[in-house]
Design a binder for this molecule. Sequence first.
Ligand code: IFM
Length: 440
Amino acid sequence: MIRAMATTNPIPRFPVGFLWGVSTSAHQIEGAVDAREPSVWDVFTAEPGRVRDGSTAAVACDHVHRHREDVALLADLGVDAYRFSVSWPRVRAEGGLDFYDRLVDDLLAAGVRPVPTLFHWDLPADLDWLERDTAERFAEHVTRVAARLGDRVTKWITLNEPAEHTLLGHALGVHAPGRTLLFDALPVAHHQLLAHGLAVRALRAAGASDIGIANSHGPTWPASDDAADVAAADFYDTLLNRLFADPVLLGRYPEGIGELMPGDVEADLKTIAEPVDWYGINYYAPTRVGAPQGAEIEFGGVRMPAELPFFVRDVEGYPVTDFGWPVVPEALTELLTAFRGRYGDRLPPVVITENGCAYEGLNDTDRITYLDGHVRALHRAVEAGVDVRGYFVWSLLDNFEWAEGYGRRFGLVHVDFDTQRRTPKASYGWYRALLREQRD
Ligand code: IFM
């Protein structure tokens, strides 16, 4: 293992009981494609030109066959918890739950708490979030998983980033299932939110008492003080942040959105607002947004059509990751304090369910700088009174980064995709040392 750089200025202590972890998702690491049903991502990646390097996740990190080695890496890292996702297409296949049964047992034997996410974008290929019925099918999936794992799993996550799955997968077409519906994709958001609420009910019925969602959020900065830029940034904030947080936390949609949603929205909102025990936030970077320019733009690998009522611009003056995402740790403090201001007592304890960055190399000092800065920024939010209970690095392993294929490496552990050899990076050593310091 490459040794981590010594930190001169120790990271302040987090509250006792703070949960330190790492995250992955099924489609991005599992492989073993023949032992599950197809997902929308299998269909999507089979279409030429969808994934930058032409790759698929058929093998990925071969985690299904190598999970013991990966659990040993988790144990050596010293995390309290491991966030992974349960593949719905695998659960539907004969014996598919056996894998998660073994994984959970191995994690517990290694002293690592399992934290499954019940949907992380790999929808069974015969299902469609445009259909309301998919929410009901999801509740059945959740009931099945909880019946099998609920005797050992206590902490659950319903959905991962319904915002990205809606926006990238159904509005802009750069993720599976590749639809370009723009605002006609809004029912996809509503049905996922409904699925979340139904899942909370299903988990409660199975006896669970530690349930959250992993929503992606970030500050939206207007490109200037100009009223048109401020209005565009406000609109983007509604789409990314409020559209997914308001229904869960307040039981209502932001003004003007509810009437665009299908079905009996008022009744559905009661389901969507089933109380959660904590609120998961995936944070990577802020977004700078200005008034529409009447022109198409390519931003972070995503083509955004001219008719959108905003224009995403570069956040200038900060270093960027290999993905081109700006590195702005203080925006995490800003996000969390703003959330507390916006939602007040309706905001339950927060867990950072993802935070991380794409960089090449084993001696990944840029990743250490990124993580160190964000953990400190998180501590400042705690000092400012935000009730934060946990932090999960994305990701344990380099993995299949969706439309980017294997070209973006987010792992604390390097994976050689030809040999499947795992090599801990310098950032793995840094995180390990941090966890020890926090416990001493
Ligand atoms: O890899 C993804 C993950 O699946 C969801 N959140 C963002 C990560 C980095 O893009």
